[in-house]
Ligand binder design. Structure first.
Ligand code: CS2
Length: 491
């Protein structure tokens, strides 16, 4: 193995690799980011890297990894540096990113995580922890006390292990020390993510310290964001490619597509980096952008992940090379677009065309099984909201019913050849229990429609919707997924 990437090695990088356009060690940190996964490293950390290069400032990132220690062990010996490999149709390029200062593995160093949140220089606490980590009951805008991290943190709020508990304890420490609060910036694919996290934080704080809740309510900003960049999980091949391109071993390298987008509400009480330097867009209201992205990109992604995985397509690009599935992808995007309010300056047909191209990118190996993960957490904002809208407005509901039937088929946990797989869904056990003894499409659909907290009454109470999903699921069971896809695409 070559030497590890580190600050002292930057001058030894080949000229083909882009380096931070600034001296990372000369900048202090201003952001604490929870969840230092591939997506953060391909997105917010890159915008921050560009902002530091163009506009300077003490805005480096202290990362907190909630559960795993791997990313801390990969990044810290590299002084936080890592290689971003950008794979486009035209070729590949590499850039070393310098915006991350260090990563704290909270499970190993819980005090250091809280100390970072409570540090005077911290002005933004951002996060990418995936939908299931929050433990917020979206319908009630309150914490879900049955969520393991919420339950543990409510019982022991001074030593939090979950994201909401940690944000609240960080704010409590700041208030106690007379420090201004940080801005809380959620960068997960959740609808109205700023308000949602605000509701969770306030509700949690009310339960442990009502005066703190009042202070948060009056002083803390929670701007909403829409984030976008297709970033598959890194593999051994990613790390090998980084070493080939840079000449250094890099255990935190990632690969991503050329496209990137970030739309943010410009409401930061303690300042922010000049993210617009790298193309971030600041707007009054993120909601329409978020709806477009969640329904058109993520909704289509989920549909093609279930139908594609069960048609034996390992990667999204293989799905797009299957003519019948590619047709269903187009149909889905069109139906999703029809549920959106117009967005000035954006043509949804152009957006759909660009998405189809991104999905087909032959250089990106994005596994359908990865996207299929956590379906019960993703379906509501990606598919079910659009389906309800379509139903209410007399629009075509069939593409949504097909997507939901594909998820139900996936929830059975075995391929058409009978090979079992794990669902990788936080409700996996509950789903298994609900499906015990369910034999035909009717039983399966009824059992899954009844899962608590997934399907809105608007859909489950509508006979046209439930019978269409059941009918499509029956076809999937009788003809196999590939057969059902073919039949659907020929309609
Ligand atoms: C994907 C997203 O894994 C998934 O569920 O739909 O991660 C998607 O790739 C990103 O949101 C793209 O910005």
């Amino acid at each position: 193995m070559s030497e590890r990437l580190a600050l002292s090695k930057l001058t030894g990088l080949p000229r083909t690799v882009a380096c931070p356009g600034y001296d990372p060690a000369a900048h202090g940190s201003g952001i604490v980011h929870i969840g230092v996964g591939a997506f953060h490293r391909a997105h917010q950390a890159v915008y921050t890297d560009s902002a530091l290069a163009r506009k300077g400032g003490d805005w480096r990132i202290d990362g907190i990894s909630l559960r795993s220690t791997d990313i801390a062990d990969a990044l810290n010996p590299q002084d936080g540096l890592y290689t971003l490999i950008i794979r486009g149709e035209e070729g590949i390029s590499a850039r070393v990113v310098g915006s991350i200062r260090r990563v704290i593995a909270a499970a190993r160093e819980p005090d250091a995580a809280l100390a970072a949140l409570a540090a005077p220089e911290t002005r933004i606490a951002s996060m990418t922890v995936t939908e299931k980590a929050y433990g917020i009951d979206r319908a009630r805008g309150a914490v879900d006390t049955g969520h393991p991290a919420i339950a543990a943190d409510l019982a022991n709020p001074r030593a939090p292990a979950g994201v909401i508990g940690m944000l609240v304890e960080g704010l409590r420490l700041r208030r106690e020390r007379g420090l201004a609060p940080y801005t809380v910036l959620c960068c997960d694919n959740l609808p109205d993510n700023g308000s949602l996290v605000r509701a969770g934080v306030l509700n949690f704080a009310r339960r442990v310290d009502p005066a703190l809740a009042g202070w948060i309510e009056n002083n803390v900003a929670f701007p909403a964001t829409m984030v976008d960049r297709i970033t598959p999980a890194a593999t051994e091949a990613t790390l090998a490619e980084a070493e080939r391109l840079t000449g250094f071993a890099d255990l935190a390298a990632i690969e991503t597509e050329p496209f990137t987008q970030w739309v943010i509400e410009d409401h930061f009480t303690a300042g922010r980096p000049a993210w617009e330097a790298d193309g971030a867009i600041f707007v009054e209201d993120v909601a329409p952008y978020e709806a477009m992205k969640l329904r058109m990109l993520n909704g289509t992604h989920s549909m093609l992940a279930y139908a594609g995985f069960l048609s034996a397509h390992k990667y999204v690009r293989d799905v797009m090379a299957d003519a019948a599935l590619a047709r269903l992808v187009r149909r889905y995007m069109q139906a999703a677009a029809a549920t959106l309010s117009p967005l000035p300056g954006i043509d949804f047909t152009d957006y759909a065309n660009a998405l189809a191209k991104r999905f087909a990118n032959p250089a990106i190996a994005h596994e359908t099984y990865q996207i299929a993960m956590d379906g019960t957490e993703k379906l509501p904002q990606r598919i079910l909201g659009a389906a309800s809208h379509a139903l209410e407005n007399g629009q075509d509901i069939r593409p949504f019913a097909f997507a939901v039937a594909a998820w139900m088929r996936y929830a059975l946990g075995r391929t058409d050849d009978g090979a079992p797989y794990t669902l990788r869904d936080p409700r996996e056990e509950v789903i298994r229990g609900a499906l015990a003894g369910a034999n035909d499409a009717g039983d399966i659909a009824r059992a899954l429609f009844a899962l608590p907290g997934v399907f809105p009454e608007r859909l489950t109470g509508d006979e046209r919707w439930t019978s269409l999903v059941t009918e499509i699921l029956a076809t999937m069971l009788h003809k196999g997924m590939a057969g059902a896809v073919k039949e659907e695409a020929e309609r």
